[in-house]
Design a protein around this ligand. Structure first.
Ligand SMILES: [Zn+2]
Ligand SMILES: [Zn+2]
Length: 305
């Protein structure tokens, strides 16, 4: 049945999209976990963990897999070119930590967020940084009418904790544990068989005694990731997006689940504030009119005493 992209687009925008609740999201996770990778079955764990990570920590794909922030060849107002490149490698195994917050066991994560600083005017004479609107250098007094600009990125560590007993956390933990101690499943009894450095490349299942031979390359590949500074998701953003798309998760799906999280976790005051200030959250929350309204009314009532 031939369909133009416009038809699909139109239909999607006309449909009211239901909020993505946790039980709805669990289906996406299950789908990711059931992905059949013929040569590397463990990658299904990777996909599911990436998805769970995004949901739990309310992050973006790029905060998980890392990204390059290029700013090269950006022509600025003046004749000069601003040059910098910043690479964030993404979340590493050591960035996860099991900790306790107020007697609750949590999986704590550290990830890097980049914040853009103020634009500064660089004095051509002494190379020092001045406020963007200054006309004279406050260090050497030179006129700044022909100067260049720069804008520094500041690196900020963000921390976030989620409850260890959250069922979605198991998807993240499963993958980290695999990375730290790789294994494969016994073809006969499905028991975990640990991959350890070995000359013979023959691994014996402890339960049923079945012997499996892995290639040298395979053993090396699986052991290679078991270092604390290894990336948790060793893929680029493009690949991560491919994975998401294959699972049926589009940009708007993510906005919906974030909007649902927003609706479910914010108190009525905060939500009311957010809806007043921004149109995008409103666009996405308004499909769940009754809930949003309820919260707003609740806030109004509290306000009036
Ligand atoms: Zn100067
Ligand atoms: Zn076995």
């Amino acid at each position: 049945m031939p369909q133009s992209w416009l038809v699909g687009k139109k239909r999607r925008s006309q449909q009211s999209f239901p909020p993505i609740t946790r039980s709805e999201f669990a289906k996406y996770l299950e789908r990711a976990r059931a992905t059949q990778y013929v040569r590397q079955p463990e990658l299904a764990m990777r996909d599911a963990s990436l998805l769970a990570f995004e949901f739990l920590y309310k992050t973006r794909v790029s905060e998980g897999v890392g990204r390059i922030y290029p700013e090269s060849n950006r022509k600025d107002l003046m004749l000069e070119t601003v040059d910098f490149k910043d690479v964030y490698e993404g979340v590493k195994i050591s960035d996860f930590q099991i900790a306790k917050v107020k007697d609750t066991d949590v999986l704590r994560l550290r990830f890097r967020v980049l914040k853009r600083g103020r634009r500064k005017r660089i004095c051509l004479q002494c190379q020092k940084r001045n406020a963007q609107d200054s006309s004279f250098c406050r260090f050497c007094g030179a006129t700044l009418d022909r100067s260049k600009f720069d804008c520094k990125l500041r690196e900020v560590w963000a921390f976030d904790s989620v409850r260890l007993d959250d069922p979605f956390v198991t998807y993240v933990l499963e993958w980290i544990e695999y990375l730290a101690q790789p294994y494969f499943r016994c073809s006969k009894c499905n028991e975990k068989v640990r991959i350890t450095p070995s000359e013979s490349q023959v691994f014996t299942c402890e339960k049923c005694g079945t012997q499996t031979t892995l290639s040298k390359k395979e053993v090396r590949r699986r052991l290679n990731v078991a270092r604390p500074d290894s990336k948790v998701w060793n893929i680029g953003r493009q690949r991560a997006w491919q994975i998401m798309n294959a699972l049926g998760i589009m940009n708007h799906t993510q906005r919906h689940w974030r909007a649902t999280q927003l609706r479910d976790t914010h108190d009525p005051f905060e939500l009311k504030e957010a809806l007043h200030r921004a149109t995008i959250p409103f666009e996405y929350v308004h499909h769940t009119e009754s809930r949003a309204l309820e919260k707003t009314e609740e806030a109004d009532k509290m306000w009036q005493g």
